[in-house]
Structures are given as structure tokens and as C-alpha cells.
Design a protein around this ligand. Structure first.
Ligand code: GLU
Length: 446
């Protein structure tokens, strides 16, 4: 790390004790900014980095709700409005028992640079709750979402802060959240949330966008080496929204996806993941991944120990959660001949694993570039809402494709410009940072 950045980093750690995921996300960006310090010292004046690392606003609130037996539960709700230099705060809500301020801040911090990279006019924010949705009935989920929105509504708005989904928050939850927002405010404010249903202001392709976009980014990286996805064996982790649509896109390009996983273990299917069955088990029934192997039969197997990273393949797409791919697992993937790693999840690869991939000349795409298709399509949803229009699937997918190509191009170009060809981590961090820093400087001491 550049010596001028070390004291700033230390101050961030001291000011945010115990928030290890946030520290990790800050370190990743700071590690990339050395050449910027050298080339554009003006950009770092007026404590720009210190300001970027301090959220504009952090909201923490109580979420009381009753389960189906009438028992009262209390959860904690969060919304971190990190940076509004480029547009209204934008970023998802995560409902998962691991959520605490440090997770929301790492996600919000990443979101600033990711959103900047998309080229769309959106700032960075993130929120969520330590609520555990697993095993909860629809009615319990609805009551939780209503209670959560009963506090959140006063902080958000189409020009202020626009939440969407993340882990544990999909179309069903966005529906309950939108209904409660509309009820409290008496406004049909479509642009206040994204990821809405198609009949009520949602955008075609939003559901598919993160997974499709991740594979589009991998395709762009492969193109730089004159290669493509056809005939490749792909290792996917996760089985949520991102993983499912990464599988769909990879298979449509002639690749064979061998794996999918959840917190109970993973499935390995040498005949290629049966997408309809995966969707039925995970999207419709919200069941355990072992159900996939049980129903598929044949050569499909459920494995409860080890991880998908034990399975050989030339492309790895971590689409589950943060820090799911560590140094030991990276070594295993490298020994098995991995050539491409693209992050569908946010920060799934540890710093050590990233270094190992880069040293081995693997094409490595950080989440803030590779998974930006989700939030970019949210911005397209906001555009449609603002113009009271709805676009076709083909047109929206074409826009997504252009956006992903644009992100790839900007990352690659910046990496070249700063003398680190092929380093998409540096390319993404530097490109994302410079735009936000310039906007903040232009707007005065904010
Ligand atoms: N949670 C997603 C992300 O990490 C999407 C956010 C959004 O659509 O606002 O980018």
C-alpha cells in the first residue's frame, strides 16, 4: 500500500473497530490507489479518501414483528447512505443473520465504486437486517417487511435513496416493502425501490441481470485472449438469484455448469446442472440443494463436506457470499487448471486468493465490475419508471450488454494506462474512485 495511504487506512480501522469486512473492502480499494496518489496528488487533497470512507449517514433501527404463533421478535434494521456524489443512494437490502453494521458498510462502500463504474447516475448505499428468513412463512415475511418499511420509509425516496434486493430479499420481499411504502406515504412512487414485479413497475431482465452480467463480463475477458465460453466446464457456487442466472447464461453459450451450492453443501452434476430443476428446488420451493441431487438421480451427487472449489473446471463463478473462496481453495482451483474467475457475489474471494489468481495470470474480475449488471439494470428500471415506460426484453438486455462491455472496456483501459495490464481489480477501483472523487471535489466540501 502507498505510504501516504497507510495513516488514512489506520484511522478508518480505529474509527470503525471490529468491522473486519469493511476493513477488507477498504484495503482492497486502497491497495489499488497507489498509482493515483503518484499521478493525481490533487485528487487526494481536502481529505477526499477520509470523506469517502465515512458514510454520509448511517441509520440503525428496531424492527419488532410477531411470528405465526403470536410470539414477538426484535431484529435490527440498517441503512447506510454512503455516498451521493453521483446520484441518489442506490443499493440492495440484505436479510441474513450475519448482517451487522460492518457487513452493511462493506457492501455500501463497494457499491459506491460499482455504481460509479456502471456509468449510471447512482450513488452508493446498502441496508438490511439480521433477520433470518429461512423457514419463515409468507405471512411472517410480510409482517417483517411491513415493520422494516415502517421505519425505512422516512429515509428513502426516488431522489434520495433507492433500495433493492440482495441476499434474502427478492421479488416477494420487494413487493411487501413497496406495498407498505405506498400505504404509509399515499404515493405510487415507482422509483423508490427496484426489483419490482413486472406488472407494477419492474423491468424485464432485472431478475436475470446480475448473473447474466457476470457471465457477459467473463466473456469479454476471454475475448481479450481470443477465447469464449463454448464447451467449457464451469464451477458455480450459490443457488440464489445470481447463481441461477449465471448458470442460465453460461449454458446458453454452450458451457457446462457442474455445480451449485447452498449453506448445507453442494451438488455436483457431471451431466450439467438441470436449470429447470434447480429453479424449481431453489426459486419455487426454497428447499435445500440436496433435493436437486435426490430428484435428478443418475450421476448427480450431493456433497456436504468440502466445497465446489474442489471440482475441476476452467471457469469459476463465486456467486454465494463474502469470503467464500480462500487461499487454500484458490490453490486447489489453480492446480485443477482454472483460467477465469468472475465474482458474481460481493467480495467472495479473500485478498490472499485474489493475489494467487493474479500471480498465476488467471483472468480475475472483481465483483464491483463483474456483478454490476444487477444494479445497472436497477438504474434502467429507474429510467423506465421516470418516463412511465416499459422496454422489451431484447432492448433491455442489449442495454445491459452494452453496459457490461463498457465496464470491461473502462477497467481494461485504466489498467493499461496505469501500467498494470490485465489487472481488473486495479482498473475497477481506480476508474470507480476517480469519477466519485472528481464529483465530490466539484461539489465543495461535502
Ligand atoms: N444488491 C445488488 C448489488 O450488490 C443490487 C443492488 C441494486 O439493484 O440496487 O449490486
Amino acid at each position: 500500500m502507498h505510504e501516504n495511504l497507510i495513516p488514512i487506512r489506520q484511522a478508518v480501522i480505529a474509527r470503525n473497530p471490529g468491522e473486519s469486512e469493511f476493513h477488507q473492502a477498504v484495503d482492497e480499494v486502497f491497495e489499488s490507489l497507489g498509482p493515483v496518489v503518484a499521478r493525481h496528488p490533487d485528487l487526494l487533497e481536502s481529505a477526499i479518501l477520509e470523506r469517502i470512507c465515512e458514510p454520509e449517514r448511517q441509520i440503525i433501527f428496531r424492527v419488532p414483528w410477531t411470528d405465526d404463533n403470536g410470539q414477538v421478535h426484535i431484529n435490527r434494521g440498517f441503512r447506510v447512505e454512503f455516498n451521493s456524489a453521483l446520484g441518489p443512494y442506490k443499493g440492495g437490502l440484505r436479510f441474513h443473520p450475519s448482517v451487522y453494521l460492518g457487513i452493511v458498510k462493506f457492501l455500501g462502500f463497494e457499491q459506491i465504486f460499482k455504481n460509479s463504474l456502471t456509468g449510471m447516475p447512482i450513488g452508493g448505499g446498502k441496508g438490511g437486517s439480521d433477520f433470518d428468513p429461512s423457514g419463515r412463512s409468507d405471512a411472517e415475511i410480510m409482517r417483517f417487511c411491513q415493520s422494516f418499511m415502517t421505519e425505512l420509509y422516512r429515509h428513502i425516496g426516488e431522489y434520495t435513496d433507492v433500495p433493492a434486493g440482495d441476499i434474502g430479499v427478492g421479488g416477494r420481499e420487494i413487493g411487501y416493502l413497496f406495498g407498505q411504502y405506498k400505504r404509509i406515504t399515499n404515493r405510487y412512487e415507482s422509483g423508490v425501490l427496484t426489483g419490482k414485479g413486472l406488472a407494477w413497475g419492474g423491468s424485464l431482465v432485472r431478475t436475470e441481470a446480475t448473473g447474466y452480467g457476470t457471465v457477459m463480463f467473463a466473456e469479454e475477458m476471454l475475448k481479450t485472449r481470443g477465447q469464449d465460453m463454448d464447451g467449457r466446464e464451469i464451477i458455480v457456487s450459490g443457488s440464489g438469484n445470481v447463481a441461477i442466472y449465471a448458470v442460465e447464461r453460461a449454458q446458453s453459450l454452450g458451457a457446462k455448469v457442474l455445480t451449485a451450492s447452498d449453506s448445507s453443501g453442494y451438488v455436483m452434476d457431471p451431466d450439467g446442472i438441470d436449470l429447470d430443476l434447480l429453479k424449481q428446488v431453489k426459486e419455487v420451493e426454497r428447499a435445500r440443494i440436496s433435493q436437486y441431487a435426490e430428484r435428478k438421480g443418475g450421476r448427480a451427487r450431493f456433497i456436504s463436506d468440502g466445497s465446489v472449489w474442489d471440482v475441476p473446471g476452467s471457469v469459476a463463478l463465486p456467486c454465494a457470499t463474502q469470503n467464500e473462496l480462500n487461499g487454500r481453495q484458490a490453490k486447489k482451483l489453480l492446480a485443477n487448471g482454472v483460467e477465469v474467475v468472475a465474482e458474481g457475489a460481493n467480495m467472495p474471494t479473500t485478498a490472499e486468493a485474489i493475489r494467487l489468481f493474479q500471480d498465476a495470470d488467471v483472468l480475475f474480475a472483481p465483483g464491483k465490475a463483474a456483478n454490476a449488471g444487477g444494479v445497472a439494470t436497477s438504474a434502467l428500471e429507474m429510467q423506465q419508471n421516470a418516463s412511465r415506460d416499459s422496454w422489451t426484453f431484447d432492448y433491455t438486455q442489449q442495454r445491459l450488454q452494452e453496459i457490461m462491455r463498457g465496464i470491461h472496456h473502462r477497467c481494461a483501459e485504466t489498467a493499461d494506462e496505469y501500467g498494470m495490464p490485465g489487472n481488473y481489480v486495479a482498473g475497477a477501483n481506480i476508474t470507480g474512485f476517480i469519477k466519485v472523487a472528481r464529483a465530490m471535489s466539484a461539489q465543495g466540501l461535502i
